[in-house]
Design a protein around this ligand. Structure first.
Ligand SMILES: NC(=O)c1ccc[n+]([C@@H]2O[C@H](COP(=O)([O-])OP(=O)(O)OC[C@H]3O[C@@H](n4cnc5c(N)ncnc54)[C@H](OP(=O)(O)O)[C@@H]3O)[C@@H](O)[C@H]2O)c1
Length: 301
């Protein structure tokens, strides 16, 4: 089984299509989960300042004793959100934030640093200037954004700033964002898919793992068409959802704390969905994402 397929992010950086998500993995469990993922062949780990588990992620990475350059590590700047009573980060506090993340991860550099969401209109450009500087300093090999829509990306362009190399967005058959994804592909910005497993009935069912998934959506998950596809391909629903994305050449970030699921989610390159099934899935789009309890953050002003 190969788990090492990559997509080109820039002239010098390749991003593995299979990544391991760590949102909602508590600090105390992060090292073990990351250890399981690395053992299962994942070579791309996604964390964030906001997840409050960077120490654990770094510990899991060190315990695996792999060559640093063989693992792709992403972390994210929390931009601050005045609507939640937070102080928006400036260029200066952005520079300090990556230093803090690196100290927690105990790393000299990350492979990708992202602005987590386009919350702060007044500071968005200042934060992006910070990321451009951090790349120059070698503290991150590449830079990107997350939850940015076309208008937010155009804002960076209008300011004459370098374009992001990636945009991490909620992307699954129920939220396909065709216009945004078309824009990203056209401009050479790699879409990274998060919350690929939203249509599963087992998605975020643990206490406290909130989302905007409605009662109707939960009911739809029970009678999902992915069950039939899973049967047809002799795979699981999760593998079908993840395969759909990697077949589009989008990196995915499945999260689990269960070793058997971590291994299952890595088996994406031994089969492919046929053109008829890809076309059927293309018709399942329902619009905005629901992983954030509030609105899909691509809608931020
Ligand atoms: N940039 C952003 O704004 C943003 C937002 C959301 C997520 N993300 C990133 O994307 C990653 C993935 O998104 P996500 O955490 O929302 O959800 P996800 O990976 O799509 O799904 C995780 C959920 O599905 C369950 N699950 C995992 N594998 C399964 C399997 N094989 N069979 C059945 N159920 C399975 C997990 O439960 P168990 O853990 O109990 O297995 C968990 O409840 C995050 O961890 C994070 O790194 C980024």
């Amino acid at each position: 089984m190969t788990t090492t397929a990559t997509r080109t992010l820039s002239s010098t950086v390749e991003i593995p299509l299979l990544g391991f998500g760590t949102y909602l993995i508590p600090q105390a469990e992060a090292a073990a989960a990351v250890g399981e993922a690395l053992k299962a062949g994942y070579r791309h780990i996604d964390t964030a300042e906001f997840y409050a588990n960077e120490d654990g992620v770094g510990a899991g990475l060190r315990a695996a004793n792999l060559e640093r350059k063989s693992v792709f590590i992403t972390t994210k700047l929390w931009p601050g959100n005045a609507a939640w009573g937070q102080t928006p980060k400036t260029t200066e506090t952005t520079l300090a934030a990556l230093d803090q993340s690196l100290a927690k991860l105990k790393l000299d550099y990350v492979d990708l640093y992202l602005i987590h969401a386009p919350f702060e209109k007044e500071q968005r450009l200042a934060q992006w200037r910070g990321l451009v500087e951090l790349k120059k300093q070698g503290k991150t090999r590449s830079i990107g954004v997350s939850n940015f829509n076309i208008n937010h990306l155009e804002e960076l362009k209008a300011a004459g700033l370098p374009q992001p190399e990636a945009n991490q967005i909620e992307l699954h058959p129920w939220s396909q964002k065709p216009e945004l994804v078309g824009y990203l592909e056209k401009h050479g910005i790699v879409p990274i898919a998060y919350s690929s497993l939203v249509p599963l009935s087992t998605w975020r069912t643990a206490p406290g793992h909130a989302s905007g998934k409605t009662a109707q959506m939960k009911q739809d998950s029970e009678a999902s068409p992915f069950k039939a596809l899973a049967k047809k391909y002799g795979k699981t629903e999760s593998q079908i959802l993840l395969r759909w994305a990697v077949q589009k050449n989008w990196p995915v970030l499945p999260k689990s704390t269960r070793p058997e699921r971590i291994r299952e989610n890595a088996d994406l390159f031994s089969f492919s969905l046929d053109a008829g099934d890809m076309a059927a899935i293309a018709k399942m789009d329902r619009g905005d994402g629901i992983a954030w309890g509030s609105q899909d953050p691509v809608k931020a002003k």
